[in-house]
Write a protein that binds this ligand. Structure first.
Ligand code: MV4
Length: 453
């Protein structure tokens, strides 16, 4: 097992890594930017190293700065958290070269799955259903192929993720100009102009399967997370089990996720994302990291994914098989609380937290790095806390969510907590029957820039 882990991240996820490491008897090193001196992860870690100024490019994304901090503190492993360097295969290779274990997937698997078109190719080989579309990236005239797929279609950037750079095409006349615009945009945004096309699913749900794979060929899949409630491709609420899945679909989705992981020689925790519509699921992409919403699965399955992630990275075997991983022990919901102004188009709202009261009691978990007197810096994302609610069934979990959201009191910055209460109390959300357009259709957020899909 590792002796000392350096955490190449900040905020609640850095705190989460420190907690898991401490329970395993592993020392921790926090790195931080000049803007994060007061962040809780710095105070909690055994040691800390300032690695640069506020902007991420000059600190959390500075590979040499992170590696120097690891070297001078004698760390033997680096945990990347999510975002920043977490899905950077070059960084993971560099870690290995310098003698540190990167707590993440092997670079080859990460490269194959990180690129969406090649990820889809692996899925096809593994007999995992994909959305009908072009095979690989577009290099020639595809108008005939697209006509066969049938309009409307969606152009996606191969190097993109999370909905960035997607364009709808509803008629043949729009195809060529939209393809050109999409390629230009993708080149500018991701440094790679490759695009591919898929049939547009008009009212899908977003359902994802958490997996974990060790270095001994074992892979298990946990119950799904339903992340259908999103706004501008930002997840707001995640829950498990999905109100839309039957036990048969769940089992098939889990088996598909495992086939995909095995075909890619995947190791580490990971998430296989699917769209689900009319009783059928379609693979869309893999997230080769531990995600923000992992505590939903921890609650439902009764496991510690962070601990397991560290153990398999250290070469241990998975301590249980698929039967244990499939157990559903409760219903869980996560609310991402962001420092954003609901009255100003959800603009980030950095500033000083004057006071904060966190909810508690049975079935309420709070993951956060903030405290009274803490000033939220403006350089990073606006998520300041996650509430993870669990209860015996969905209706009880929803009532508990409302209770916990009501207990949460933050003075000093505006937050999305009130909006979460509106979502949970909405009859359509309560019914469980909704799709990715839920937020726009209900007008809950009065979005001034609605998503184009
Ligand atoms: C789609 C789609 C409809 N049809 N693909 C958005 C995020 C990215 N991971 C995939 N996304 C979508 N892909 C096809 N072929 C609709 C979306 C989508 C969406 C998906 C999940 C959750 C919220 C969403 C909001 C808008 C669009």
């Amino acid at each position: 097992m590792f002796k000392k882990i350096l955490i190449a991240n900040r905020s609640e996820i850095a705190v989460r890594v420190i907690r898991a490491a401490r329970e395993l008897g592993i020392k921790t090193v926090a790195v931080y930017s000049e803007a994060d001196r007061e962040s809780r992860h710095v105070a909690m870690a055994d040691e800390s190293v300032c690695i640069g100024p506020g902007p991420s490019k000059l600190s959390y994304l500075d590979q040499e700065a992170v590696l120097s901090a690891a070297k001078i503190t004698g760390a033997d492993a680096i945990h990347p958290g999510y975002g920043f360097l977490s899905e950077n295969a070059d960084f993971s290779e560099l870690c290995a070269k310098r003698g540190f274990t990167f707590i993440g997937p092997p670079p080859a698997a990460s490269r194959k799955l990180g690129f969406k078109s090649t990820g889809k190719a692996v899925a096809t080989v593994a007999n995992v259903p994909v959305v009908p579309g072009t095979e690989g990236d577009i290099t020639t005239d595809v108008s005939k192929e697209v006509a066969a797929i049938g309009y409307p279609v969606l152009i996606k950037a191969s190097a993109g993720g999370g909905g960035k750079g997607m364009r709808i095409v509803r008629t043949p006349a729009e195809l060529k100009p939209q393809l050109e615009a999409a390629a230009t945009e993708a080149k500018a945004a991701f440094g790679d102009g490759s695009v591919f096309i898929e049939k547009l699913l008009e009212r899908p749900r977003h359902v994802e399967i958490q997996i974990i794979a060790d270095n001994h060929g074992n892979v298990v899949a946990f119950p799904e997370r339903d992340c259908t409630v999103q706004r501008r491709h930002q997840k707001l609420v995640e829950e498990s089990p999905s109100p839309a899945l039957t036990p048969e679909i769940r089992r098939d989705m889990q088996a598909a996720a495992i086939r995909l992981a095995k075909a890619a020689n995947y190791q580490n925790v990971g998430t296989v994302e699917f769209l689900f519509q009319d009783g059928k699921f379609y693979f869309i992409e893999v997230n080769a990291r531990l995600q923000v919403e992992h505590p939903v699965t921890e609650a439902v399955a009764g496991v510690d994914l962070m601990e397991l992630m560290i153990r398999v990275a250290a070469g241990e075997k998975l301590p249980f098989g698929q039967e244990r991983a499939s157990e559903i022990r409760c219903h869980a919901i996560e609310h991402r609380i962001n420092a954003e102004d609901p009255d100003n188009n959800f603009m980030p709202c950095p500033g000083r937290i004057e006071s904060i009261e966190l909810p508690g009691g049975a079935g309420v978990r709070v993951d956060t790095h903030v405290y009274a007197g803490y000033t939220i810096p403006s350089y990073y994302d606006s998520m300041i806390a996650k509430l993870i609610i669990s209860a015996g069934d969905r209706p009880t979990a929803l009532r508990r969510s409302l209770r916990a959201l009501g207990e949460l009191k933050i003075v000093g910055v505006k937050t999305t907590a009130g909006m979460h209460a509106k979502v949970v109390a909405h009859p359509v959300f309560m019914s469980g029957d909704f799709d990715t357009h839920f937020i726009e259709k209900t007008g809950l957020l009065d979005a001034k820039e609605p998503s184009n899909v």
